[in-house]
Design a protein around this ligand. Structure first.
Ligand SMILES: Nc1ncnc2c1ncn2[C@@H]1O[C@H](COP(=O)(O)OP(=O)(O)O)[C@@H](O)[C@H]1O
Ligand code: SF4
Ligand SMILES: [Mg+2]
Length: 329
């Protein structure tokens, strides 16, 4: 199946200062990734590594400094000057900020339903069906409620209800469950899986948290970002089985495991520094080298390219062949 969205060697430098003339952070540095129709792709990495910027680039909300963003094979910032808007939606982590606090659930859904062609006398019925579909039950109870009457999980469901009204082909879910209670996270991820299965919506799932990512994207692809660059990518199952980059190995060794015996006995991979350096002045060579326990001479000088290690598994590390295989303990 062809790619729905494709980023090809995309970079983004934010302009800052007076009249935005000063080059600020290089938020994205030569990223290539794709999301197929009806597929799930996930992007993980620490805060500030450029995930949200990639999400906005994929939706055509910001223009890349260089590189191309393709939607169904067409350059969305094409040379003819026309800007093609992909039929995608974004759902952010902060449902409170994304919803108008003085609008009821009904009003939140009614405006887009009208805009997308639902007759005035059918709007309430359609809103009721949408609430039922996303699991806001009973719909009649919630229709006249305000966002502050609802739990974080319910508000996030409402955002998904609103997002599917334009019948999007894909959704960028940017940390969609990081602000809601841990006990409710799985049910919201299951709702997203239902949108994929029943409506064929493709997802770019963005998170700093491997636990929710591995649940949601277990049959999909994973790209791991570090300071604006993708440092490892491939099918989720393969990356979890055999992580090759020291950064992904470190993320996995710090991720929670259900077995308390393993949790007690496993060794955490020691990183040299705890704070990541800033995107405004990334280190030369491999951007991970100040924290990497294996860093040697070439790492401080040369940027490691992403190289294929079989069946779509790619990694950017000079010393990948000499790094010990990762084990949970
Ligand atoms: N509008 C902006 N103007 C200037 N710098 C920005 C802007 N948005 C993000 N950045 C910077 O770009 C980098 C990447 O940010 P972001 O894409 O939000 O990362 P993430 O979503 O992984 O936390 C950060 O260093 C951030 O400070
Ligand atoms: S290239 Fe060098 S510094 Fe970068 S991850 Fe590999 S070993 Fe570590
Ligand atoms: Mg973000």
């Amino acid at each position: 199946m062809g790619s729905l969205i494709e980023l090809s060697n995309v970079s983004l430098i934010y302009q800052t200062g007076w009249l935005r003339r000063k080059a600020g952070a290089q938020a994205v540095a030569g990223v290539s990734l794709s999301v197929g129709e009806g597929e799930i792709s996930a992007l993980v990495g620490e805060s500030g590594c450029g995930k949200t910027s990639v999400g906005k680039l994929a939706l055509g909300l910001i223009r890349p400094t260089s590189g191309r963003v393709l939607y169904m094979g067409k350059d969305i910032w094409g040379r003819d000057g026309k800007h093609l808007r992909p039929t995608g939606q974004i759902v952010h982590q902060d449902s409170y900020a994304a919803l108008n606090p003085v609008r009821t659930v009904y009003q939140t859904l009614a405006a887009p339903l009208r805009r997308y062609g639902v007759a005035r006398n059918k709007v309430r019925e359609e809103a009721r069906k949408l609430l039922e579909f996303v699991g806001i039950m009973p719909p009649d109870y919630f229709l006249d409620k305000y966002p502050h009457h609802m739990s974080g999980g319910m508000r996030q469901r409402l955002l998904f209800a609103r997002a599917i009204i334009p019948k999007p082909k894909f959704i960028v879910a940017d940390e969609p469950v990081s602000m809601i209670d841990v006990s409710l996270r799985i049910s919201v991820l299951d709702l997203m899986l239902k949108l994929k299965e029943e409506l064929g919506i493709a997802f770019l799932y963005i998170s700093h948290d491997l636990a929710t990512t591995r649940y949601f994207a277990k049959n999909g692809k994973l790209a791991v970002m570090y300071l604006g660059k993708v440092i490892e990518e491939g099918w989720m199952e393969e990356l979890l089985r055999q992580p090759l980059h020291p950064y992904l190995q470190a993320l996995l060794s710090a991720a929670p495991v259900p077995d308390p015996r393993i949790a007690r006995e496993r060794k955490l991979m020691p990183l040299k520094e705890t704070e990541p350096p800033s995107a405004a002045s990334p280190p030369p060579g491999c951007r991970f080298h100040p924290r990497c326990p294996y860093a040697k001479e070439p790492c401080t000088q040369e940027v490691p390219p992403l190289v294929e290690r079989g069946s779509g598994h790619r990694v950017a590390c000079h010393l990948v062949d000499s790094i010990p295989p990762w084990r949970l303990i």
